[in-house]
Design a protein around this ligand. Structure first.
Ligand code: NAD
Length: 257
């Protein structure tokens, strides 16, 4: 087991990447702290882990709230005695997020608060806990749109993910000598609710798929496996990376028919 004896906190773990990661990390021996604002889904993830024989606790926390972020870290240490892995994964893609002209202020504010400030707050309260454990691994979910321009405009989302990537680099350098590794996971387009709700017609889905050399959306499980590598000691010399798991999008100039 690759995460035996470790405690992992995963935000946005009521669904999608977060849920699959919680299940995989627990199967690899980690105690898992499931964090979300969706209490029904979050409790369900924790129950799924437990019914598979793993250890999990659910904590309600809106990652854009300083108090709630501080509390989720406190619950992690109180429940399992330590924190070794912090997966800042919660994120939103607002259906009203569009181009710079059309996007309303409140869509911008909310997206940046959850997707970017949420990662900052996770680190602000999580890093002291990782220090107390003697080090650890932080994984921040960015996106391929942090690396390449998207044809479908989503200005607030794109800006938030660019910020996550830049912040990840700085965090990695600043904390490198504390045995804390910090990497960004950059998924391509996935078949999770987040993107399927945004690309809500076949035309929009197909328009996105044109750019994917593999010709399909990725699966949350495939991101969980990448997160496992970054979380475990298998990646002990990897920090500050843009870990791209995107079906080949960022490598492509022209995609095959
Ligand atoms: P998802 O919608 O299936 O899951 C996201 C989870 O985050 C949900 O359970 C939601 O309730 C939770 N959440 C939302 N706001 C929150 C808040 N304020 N506090 C705590 N939890 C909150 O989406 P997913 O596809 O699993 O996305 C996970 C991450 O991956 C996000 O950061 C997303 O931006 C990123 N990502 C997704 C794709 C994709 O195509 N789906 C691509 C690149 C990056």
């Amino acid at each position: 087991m690759r995460l035996e004896g470790k405690t992992a906190l995963i935000t946005g773990a009521a669904a999608g990447i977060g849920r699959e990661t919680a299940l995989l990390f627990a199967a690899e021996g980690a105690a898992v702290v499931v964090v979300d604002v969706n209490d029904v889904g979050g409790e369900e993830t924790a129950e799924m882990v437990k019914s598979d024989g793993g250890r999990a606790v659910y904590v309600h926390a809106d990652v854009s709230s300083a108090d709630e972020s501080e509390n989720m870290i406190r619950v992690a240490e109180e429940s399992f005695g330590r924190l070794d892995i912090l997966f800042n994964n919660a994120g939103i893609m607002d259906s009203a997020d569009g181009d710079a002209v059309d996007t309303a202020d409140d869509v911008w504010e909310r997206t940046l608060a959850i997707n970017l400030k949420g990662v900052f707050l996770g680190c602000k309260y999580g890093i002291p806990a990782l220090r107390r454990a003697g080090g650890g691994s932080i994984i921040n979910t960015a996106s391929f749109v942090a690396l390449m321009g998207a044809a479908t405009p989503q200005i607030a989302y794109t800006a938030s993910k660019g910020g996550v990537l830049a912040m990840t680099r700085e965090l990695a350098i600043v904390h490198a000598r504390e045995n804390i590794r910090v990497n960004a996971l950059c998924p391509g387009p996935l078949r999770t609710e987040l993107l399927m709700n945004f690309l809500d017609t076949d035309e929009k889905k197909n328009r996105r798929l044109v750019h994917v050399p593999m010709g399909r959306f990725g699966e949350a499980k495939e991101m969980a496996k990448a997160a496992l590598y970054l979380a475990s000691d298998d990646s002990s010399y990897v920090t500050g990376s843009e870990f791209v798991v995107d079906g080949g999008i960022t490598a492509a100039y022209v995609t095959p028919e």
